[in-house]
Design a protein around this ligand. Structure first.
Ligand code: DC
Length: 220
C-alpha cells in the first residue's frame, strides 16, 4: 500500500507521515530529505547553483538512502555517510528549491523514490507524490496550514535544533520556497484531485494523525 502526503513546507507533513508510518508499521520516506541530501553534496562540492549539467551529473552518481530507525526517526545516508542533521541547516533550505526545480534532477530522484516506495508498504511525504511519483497511490492527503502558523512551526523546529534564526528569516524563506515550489514548470506543488485536503492550522499533531489513520482504515 502507498500513502501519499503532500503539501507546502511547515504544514506538518513529515511529523504526520512519520507517525502514521510508525502506527501502521509502514516504511517512512521523506522525499524532501532526498532533495536536501543532493543539495548538501552540490554545496560541499562547490558546484555552481546555475551549473545544471554538473548538478544533474552529481544526482546520477550519488547514492542516497533512507533508513528507518526503530524509534521511528529517519537516518539519511549520502554516499554512505549519515547526513540526517546536516541537511536541516538553513543554507541547505535556502538552495534546495532551486535544485528541486531542475527537471532532470527530478527524473533521477523520482526513480529512486519509486524504488524505495515499492520495497514495501510505505508512507511518502513531499510535494508531488500524489500527482507524479505515485499517481495511483492507495490514499492521498494534502496537508495545509495558514502561512503564519507554518512559519511558527518551522521557527520552533529550528530553534529546538539550536539554529540561530529569526521569525522573519523563516517567513522570507518559506515565501520564497512556496513560490518556487508551486510555480516551477515540472511537477509543481498542487493538490491531486483525489487527495483529501486537511487544514492543520488549528489541529494538534495527534488529531491530524487520527484523521489520516481513520481515512486510511476506511476501505474504498
Ligand atoms: O519538505 P522539505 O522542506 O524537506 O523539502 C525540501 C525541498 O525539496 C522543497 O522546498 C521542495 C523540494 N521537494 C520537491 O520538490 N519534491 C518533493 N517531493 C519533496 C521536496
Amino acid at each position: 500500500m502507498i500513502i501519499a502526503i503532500d503539501g507546502p513546507a511547515g504544514a506538518g507533513k513529515s511529523t504526520i507521515a512519520r507517525m502514521t508510518a510508525q502506527k501502521l508499521g509502514f516504511l517512512y520516506i521523506d522525499t524532501g530529505a532526498i532533495y536536501r541530501a543532493l543539495t548538501l553534496k552540490v554545496l560541499e562540492n562547490k558546484i555552481d547553483i546555475n551549473d545544471t549539467a554538473s548538478i544533474v551529473a552529481t544526482a546520477a552518481s550519488t547514492a542516497i538512502n533512507l533508513v528507518n530507525n526503530p524509534d521511528g526517526s529517519l537516518k539519511v545516508l549520502l554516499d554512505g555517510i549519515d547526513v540526517s542533521q546536516a541537511i536541516r541547516q538553513p543554507r541547505i533550505t535556502r538552495f534546495v528549491s532551486d535544485i528541486a526545480k531542475i527537471q532532470k534532477v527530478r527524473e533521477v530522484l523520482i526513480k529512486l523514490q519509486r524504488e524505495l516506495g515499492l520495497q514495501r508498504d510505505s508512507v511518502l511525504d513531499g510535494r508531488d507524490i500524489g500527482t507524479v511519483v505515485f499517481p495511483d497511490a492507495d490514499k492521498k492527503f494534502y496537508l495545509d496550514a495558514r502561512f503564519e502558523e507554518r512559519v511558527m512551526r518551522r521557527y520552533k523546529e529550528l530553534k529546538a535544533l539550536g539554529e540561530n534564526v529569526t521569525y522573519e528569516d523563516i517567513a522570507k524563506d518559506l515565501r520564497n520556497r512556496d513560490t518556487i515550489d508551486s510555480t516551477r514548470q515540472c511537477a509543481p506543488l498542487k493538490k491531486a484531485d483525489d487527495a483529501a485536503y486537511v487544514d492543520t492550522t488549528e489541529m494538534s499533531i495527534e488529531a491530524v494523525v487520527e484523521a489520516v489513520l481513520k481515512k486510511i482504515r476506511k476501505t474504498g
